[in-house]
Design a protein around this ligand. Sequence first.
Ligand code: CP
Ligand code: NVA
Length: 339
Amino acid sequence: MRPASLPTSRTVPFRTRVAKASARPPVVRLARKDFLSVLDLDPESLEACLRLAAHLKRERRMTRRAASTQALAGQHVALLFEKPSLRTRSTFEIAVRELGGDVVCPGPDVAFGGREVAADVARNLERWVAALVLRTFAHQRLVEFAVAAPRLHVVNALTDDEHPCQALADLLTLREHLGDLRGRTVAFVGDGNNVATSLAHAAVMLGAHVHIASPEGYELPDHVLAEAARTARFGAGVRRFRDPRVAVHGAAAVYTDTWTSMGQEAETDVRVRVFAPYQVNATLMAQADPEALFMHCLPAHRGEEVTDEVMDGPSSVIFDQAENRLHVQKALLLMLLSQ
Ligand code: CP
Ligand code: NVA
């Protein structure tokens, strides 16, 4: 129990809270114009992003009168989403506004409906906004936007291939619960998809071993193994498994995602059959470390890739991941846009 004499956050004088909140770590500018992939970061800038995000999270809890609340004053960010989104879209809107900027949200019909080519959409946006947060299908489309507009900072809000903003939130969540990730194992069970790819890219930079268990034909692509091998630190690496029980053995965290990603709906029936042995349930979690975390990027399909028991159980950190989307994206925007 807390001794009565120790101050709680409610008893700390307001002036003290403001003073602590303003001691922000330096904002390290990203070397790249865009954030299309975790691979646009080096391990040092990934560390800097997580440190800044952790600070912004504390600052938000303590006071709204913080140093960062005017950082994007006078700047606009465009949010352009060709696929549905709850978390990414909401957290980017809140992030920009809490940093003192404003958002514009052109509908997908104006950018992807054939009215004009993607490059011309990008060149228009570049004249009005500082950054474009883009969710689309083909990764190449994202690259087209980034290449066409040399002054527009383009952020990947998910493509068929990668989901790097999710990986930043996942790493912050892992750090919060596990501390140093060097030598720890993060097991991803399911489709070797966009979320698995970005998780693998990021986790090995901080020294975590990544195990990915997938059925035949749905493995993490070969190029991701090669990329992770180039960026891995502290002896970390990515290994692919067929048997989920072997992959999660002793793992510090077990992660899963939907079996059918956006755009693959026509394959749902086949995927539900193929992935059934890859459900994360209490039996599978029992193979992991007894303290293992359960992670999911959401949205989840309860009763398919994960049971209610695991989703709602004490090891689940899924809503920490969702909350952390806000904090890491604020850090990312500061690293891309602040003067
Ligand atoms: N995890 C995630 O990206 O969620 P949304 O699709 O709701 O943005
Ligand atoms: N793999 C999922 C992630 C959703 C956040 C999809 O692409 O639909």
